[in-house]
Design a protein around this ligand. Structure first.
Ligand code: SF4
Length: 473
């Protein structure tokens, strides 16, 4: 399992891009807290600033002001255990015969091992085990022979998996979204004191932070090439169906982002309403597990008529437990992160709304804390169906053996987390809440059926293999 990150690209002719990219990365901080980086092109030279930790630790304002150049890309990253070092921080920058390339990638290739072996047999040397480096080698090979759109077309033909990328080829900004559109990517226009030009980013909040105008999502299979103030769109592959990651709506994205035409907040509200309809229970209060449970708890409260009262308060200066790299850190983080509001809970029957249960340890600790604070009953309601299979497409989830719902029934999970009752949203309920047809969503971790071929897993191919795609042009 590799990263699930945030990417941003900016082309601001006539002004410097470094500071605007920094602000956008701040807006995307929730997508990765382990490292951050910015690469800026100027007069044929690309300069990078990268480091481990959150955005304000990595970049000093004075450093950013000294980096000139109107085109740049940025990245925030979270990693699996062992991979959080500076060597894996992006953007990845390389020099080649035609100049310099820098890449920032969100996603995970499922065929990167195969591609790497083929390249190694041809004499390519790799410095890391990242799939982004595989992409760089393939792209350089193509750029030596073709123009940018044709190079990307040929690159995409080789890649299997999820990738939303921003690429700088010298001072040309390129945005690429895989043909199934797993990971979000959108673009907008900025015309404010921050600069004038285009921003491409994982989420629309990275455009809004500049008072920019969100234009639309980058379509699955589409490539944008931005040269100075000019933007060209190339629909290189036209998918029959998409496979948007449903977990962006459940957990990963910010609720104020618009992803593939849906405001995440609206989807989470509907998740809560649907959860109340599917799993009603008599109780005195509905409380979220903050932050990602908040909007769904409001929806549950609205639908059920049970009062919304917060049982837990979050210390916002502690990172998200789901994206913490080790078990030990994760355990401590729950204690640091969530505190109970005892007078709100004492003697009450509490409905706790959370987005998902992964291993079950965090849920058990939270239920125990709420009971210790005086709750007479704790009923847990989850805004997603049970996670029964791993994600191979860029969300860092544990192995099947560690996923509690993959080997325990729902009553057994209920017992394991010490809840009076447990209710998960149905797959149909979740799909309905997104407003996107199931045939355009990835539900792999919830159904065990994936939209791309993954060795050893069941697959419902959404379309022909990439080699057989009709060109959109
Ligand atoms: S398997 Fe699950 S987490 Fe991974 S991309 Fe699909 S829906 Fe998202």
């Amino acid at each position: 399992m590799k990263d699930a990150c945030g990417v941003v690209g900016a082309a601001f002719p006539g002004s410097d891009a470094a500071l605007p990219i920094y602000y956008s990365l701040y807006a995307l901080q929730h997508r990765g807290q382990e490292s951050a980086g910015i690469a800026i092109a100027h007069n044929g030279v690309t300069r990078s600033i990268k480091g481990t930790g959150i955005v304000p630790w990595v970049f000093k304002r004075t450093d950013l002001l000294s980096v000139h150049g109107s085109v740049g890309i940025g990245h925030v990253r979270y990693s699996t255990s062992g991979g959080s070092g500076i060597e894996n921080a992006q953007p990845l920058t390389v020099n080649f015969g035609g100049g310099t390339i820098a890449i920032a990638h969100n996603g995970n290739l499922v065929n990167s091992g195969e591609l790497r072996r083929e390249l190694e047999q041809l004499g390519h040397v790799f410095l890391s085990d990242s799939d982004t480096e595989v992409i760089v080698h393939l792209l350089v090979k193509e750029l030596m022979r073709n123009d940018i759109p044709e190079s990307i077309r040929r690159l995409m033909r080789c890649l299997n998996g999820s990738y939303s990328m921003v690429i700088m080829v010298n001072d040309i900004l390129v945005a690429v979204r895989d043909p199934l559109g797993f990971k979000p990517l959108c673009f907008g226009k900025v015309d404010s004191e921050d600069g004038h030009g285009y921003i491409v980013a994982s989420e629309s909040v990275a455009i809004e932070v500049h008072d920019g105008e969100f234009i639309r999502d980058v379509r699955p299979g589409e490539v944008l090439v931005i040269t100075g103030a000019q933007m060209e769109s190339h629909q290189l592959y036209t998918p029959k169906n998409a496979a948007h990651c449903v977990f962006e709506y459940v957990y990963f994205a910010r609720p104020d982002s618009i992803i593939d035409g849906r405001l995440v907040y609206d989807v989470r509200l509907k998740i809560g309403e649907r959860l109340a309809a599917e799993h009603p229970v008599e109780a005195d209060m509905v409380s979220p597990v903050p932050d990602s449970g908040i909007t769904s708890a409001i929806g549950y409260s609205k639908k059920s008529g049970i009062e919304y009262i917060e049982a837990l308060m979050k210390n916002r200066y502690v990172g998200r437990t789901f994206i913490m790299p080790s078990d030990a850190v994760r355990k401590k983080a729950v204690q640091l992160k969530l505190n109970t509001i005892k007078p709100n809970i004492d003697g009450r029957r509490v409905i706790l709304i959370d987005d998902s249960i992964v291993r079950g340890n965090t849920s058990r600790r939270i239920v125990d804390r709420v009971k210790k604070a005086g709750a007479s009953e704790v009923h847990v309601r989850i805004g997603s169906p049970p996670i029964i299979s791993p994600c191979y497409l860029g969300i860092d989830m544990p192995t099947r053996a560690e996923l509690i719902a993959s080997h325990k029934s729902i009553p057994a999970v209920e017992t394991a987390i010490h809840a009076e009752t447990l209710g998960y949203l149905s797959v149909e309920g979740l799909v309905e809440a997104t407003g996107i047809p199931a045939s355009d969503l990835c539900l792999g971790c919830l159904t065990g059926v994936y939209p791309v071929e993954i060795p050893g897993e069941r697959c419902a191919l959404r379309q022909l293999r990439l080699e057989e795609f009709d060109s959109g042009e």
